[in-house]
Design a protein around this ligand. Structure first.
Ligand SMILES: [Mg+2]
Length: 132
Protein backbone atom coordinates (compact mmCIF):
# COMPACT_ATOMS: atom_id res chain seq x y z
CA UNK A 1 0.00 0.00 0.00
CA UNK A 2 2.94 2.35 0.63
CA UNK A 3 4.40 1.67 -2.81
CA UNK A 4 6.37 4.64 -4.09
CA UNK A 5 6.16 6.57 -0.85
CA UNK A 6 9.25 7.63 1.03
CA UNK A 7 8.81 7.73 4.79
CA UNK A 8 12.47 8.42 5.52
CA UNK A 9 13.27 11.66 7.28
CA UNK A 10 15.97 13.71 5.58
CA UNK A 11 18.13 15.64 8.07
CA UNK A 12 17.10 18.96 6.54
CA UNK A 13 13.37 18.42 7.15
CA UNK A 14 13.40 20.35 10.43
CA UNK A 15 15.13 23.31 8.79
CA UNK A 16 12.72 23.20 5.87
CA UNK A 17 9.74 23.12 8.24
CA UNK A 18 11.08 26.22 10.03
CA UNK A 19 11.71 27.90 6.66
CA UNK A 20 8.18 27.17 5.42
CA UNK A 21 6.72 28.32 8.76
CA UNK A 22 8.70 31.60 8.61
CA UNK A 23 7.83 32.20 4.96
CA UNK A 24 4.11 31.69 5.60
CA UNK A 25 4.25 34.13 8.52
CA UNK A 26 6.03 36.71 6.38
CA UNK A 27 3.38 36.29 3.65
CA UNK A 28 0.63 36.83 6.23
CA UNK A 29 2.35 39.99 7.50
CA UNK A 30 2.59 41.29 3.92
CA UNK A 31 -1.15 40.69 3.48
CA UNK A 32 -2.44 41.74 6.92
CA UNK A 33 0.33 44.03 8.16
CA UNK A 34 3.11 43.63 10.70
CA UNK A 35 0.61 43.31 13.57
CA UNK A 36 -0.64 39.97 12.15
CA UNK A 37 -2.39 38.16 13.78
CA UNK A 38 -3.88 41.22 15.40
CA UNK A 39 -7.10 39.34 16.24
CA UNK A 40 -6.13 35.66 16.78
CA UNK A 41 -9.76 34.61 17.27
CA UNK A 42 -10.81 36.12 13.93
CA UNK A 43 -7.75 34.79 12.12
CA UNK A 44 -8.36 31.31 13.54
CA UNK A 45 -11.89 31.43 12.12
CA UNK A 46 -10.58 32.68 8.76
CA UNK A 47 -8.00 29.90 8.39
CA UNK A 48 -10.52 27.22 9.37
CA UNK A 49 -12.82 28.52 6.62
CA UNK A 50 -10.01 28.69 4.08
CA UNK A 51 -8.61 25.22 4.77
CA UNK A 52 -12.13 23.76 4.74
CA UNK A 53 -12.67 25.23 1.27
CA UNK A 54 -9.33 23.82 0.10
CA UNK A 55 -10.24 20.39 1.53
CA UNK A 56 -13.43 20.55 -0.53
CA UNK A 57 -11.29 21.27 -3.60
CA UNK A 58 -9.41 18.00 -2.94
CA UNK A 59 -12.76 16.25 -3.27
CA UNK A 60 -13.16 17.74 -6.76
CA UNK A 61 -10.35 15.41 -7.84
CA UNK A 62 -11.95 12.25 -6.46
CA UNK A 63 -15.08 10.26 -7.37
CA UNK A 64 -17.06 11.38 -4.33
CA UNK A 65 -20.30 11.75 -6.28
CA UNK A 66 -21.68 8.22 -6.62
CA UNK A 67 -24.12 9.25 -9.38
CA UNK A 68 -21.32 10.45 -11.69
CA UNK A 69 -18.83 8.34 -13.68
CA UNK A 70 -15.68 7.53 -11.73
CA UNK A 71 -12.70 9.76 -12.56
CA UNK A 72 -9.26 8.46 -13.45
CA UNK A 73 -7.83 8.84 -9.94
CA UNK A 74 -4.19 8.57 -11.08
CA UNK A 75 -4.62 11.29 -13.72
CA UNK A 76 -5.82 13.72 -11.04
CA UNK A 77 -2.86 13.12 -8.71
CA UNK A 78 -1.06 16.40 -9.52
CA UNK A 79 -4.20 18.49 -9.06
CA UNK A 80 -5.05 16.64 -5.83
CA UNK A 81 -1.54 17.19 -4.46
CA UNK A 82 -1.77 20.91 -5.19
CA UNK A 83 -5.05 21.18 -3.28
CA UNK A 84 -3.66 19.12 -0.40
CA UNK A 85 -0.71 21.53 -0.27
CA UNK A 86 -3.23 24.39 -0.02
CA UNK A 87 -4.93 22.61 2.91
CA UNK A 88 -1.60 22.16 4.70
CA UNK A 89 -0.54 25.77 4.02
CA UNK A 90 -3.74 27.09 5.63
CA UNK A 91 -3.40 24.54 8.44
CA UNK A 92 0.13 25.81 9.09
CA UNK A 93 -1.08 29.41 9.07
CA UNK A 94 -3.81 28.36 11.51
CA UNK A 95 -1.11 26.73 13.62
CA UNK A 96 1.14 29.80 13.39
CA UNK A 97 -1.64 31.86 14.96
CA UNK A 98 -2.08 29.40 17.83
CA UNK A 99 1.39 27.90 18.44
CA UNK A 100 4.62 29.76 19.21
CA UNK A 101 6.74 27.59 16.89
CA UNK A 102 6.65 24.51 14.66
CA UNK A 103 8.37 22.68 17.54
CA UNK A 104 5.41 23.38 19.84
CA UNK A 105 3.03 22.23 17.06
CA UNK A 106 4.96 18.97 16.59
CA UNK A 107 4.93 18.36 20.36
CA UNK A 108 1.14 18.78 20.38
CA UNK A 109 0.77 16.46 17.37
CA UNK A 110 2.93 13.84 19.13
CA UNK A 111 0.87 14.23 22.34
CA UNK A 112 -2.37 13.81 20.37
CA UNK A 113 -1.00 10.79 18.45
CA UNK A 114 -0.25 9.21 21.82
CA UNK A 115 -3.88 9.75 22.88
CA UNK A 116 -5.15 8.39 19.55
CA UNK A 117 -2.90 5.35 19.90
CA UNK A 118 -4.44 4.60 23.30
CA UNK A 119 -7.92 4.92 21.77
CA UNK A 120 -6.96 2.62 18.87
CA UNK A 121 -5.54 0.08 21.32
CA UNK A 122 -8.80 0.22 23.26
CA UNK A 123 -10.90 -0.22 20.09
CA UNK A 124 -8.73 -2.98 18.61
CA UNK A 125 -8.93 -4.91 21.87
CA UNK A 126 -12.71 -4.99 21.32
CA UNK A 127 -13.13 -5.11 17.53
CA UNK A 128 -11.42 -4.15 14.31
CA UNK A 129 -12.98 -1.42 12.15
CA UNK A 130 -13.55 -2.98 8.71
CA UNK A 131 -11.66 -1.20 5.92
CA UNK A 132 -13.76 -0.74 2.77
MG1 LIG B 1 -6.88 25.41 -4.03
Amino acid sequence: MNKGRNFSSPPSLGKRLWSVWSTLISFQKRVYGETWPRDPDMMTQKYVMLLTKEAMEVLDHTSYKDHKPRIDFDNRAAARKEEIADVVIYAMELAAVNFSSPEELIQEIERKIGINEQRINLISSRQQIPVQ
